[in-house]
Design a binder for this molecule. Structure first.
Ligand code: HEC
Length: 149
């Protein structure tokens, strides 16, 4: 009986310790981060179109999409868990090999996104807002160039 209890405790400890390495199943982590990136894309679409003059500049629409983008701006990175470098993913191995540089690009993007919301809140001019949308788009591309296949 005592041995069995010990075995159960050992088993539980093992489960917990494995759990701390990576709580999520790698495939769930990949689905999760790709899902958040789809939210990025959903919001960048109209913003980019406004910046490029493909649709008329609309302050309310810009505020909505910039706000939504900024609310999820820090969410994808936690999905790049250990072991989720393999599978149905376009992430390059460099994300895990050079995590510091990846985190830096993520921080650059978050900053650009926060600045966009700030400009819109301050009721900055249309030109400055459009230029900052361009900066956000550039921060997406800059990370994709180095870390996305
Ligand atoms: C710090 C790096 C980084 C930044 C910043 C970044 N991305 Fe990505 N993005 C990635 C990586 C890595 C992948 C591949 C994820 C995967 O397949 O596991 C990806 C994938 C995507 C995908 C494909 C998702 C799917 O369904 O497979 C879209 C769309 C996307 N990003 C849009 C954006 C947009 C829009 C921005 C800016 C608003 C952005 N990303 C900013 C790194 C980044």
């Amino acid at each position: 009986m005592k041995t069995m209890t010990k075995a159960l405790i050992a088993g539980l400890a093992l489960t917990l310790s494995v759990g701390t390495v990576s709580a999520a199943d790698p495939e769930d982590a990949i689905d999760y981060r790709q899902g958040v990136f789809q939210v990025f894309k959903w919001n960048m679409g109209p913003l980019g179109a406004m910046a490029q003059g493909d649709i008329p500049f609309d302050r309310e629409l810009a505020a909505k999409h910039a706000g939504q983008l900024d609310r999820v701006a820090d969410m994808p990175w936690q999905g790049f868990t250990e072991g989720s470098d393999l599978g149905n993913t376009d992430a390059m191995p460099e994300v895990w090999m050079n995590r510091e540089a990846f985190d830096e690009k993520a921080a650059d993007f978050e900053q650009a996104s926060a600045r966009l919301v700030e400009l819109i809140t301050e009721e900055a001019g249309e030109r400055d807002i459009r230029r900052q949308i361009g900066a956000v788009g550039q921060s997406c591309r800059s990370c994709h160039d180095d870390f996305r296949m």
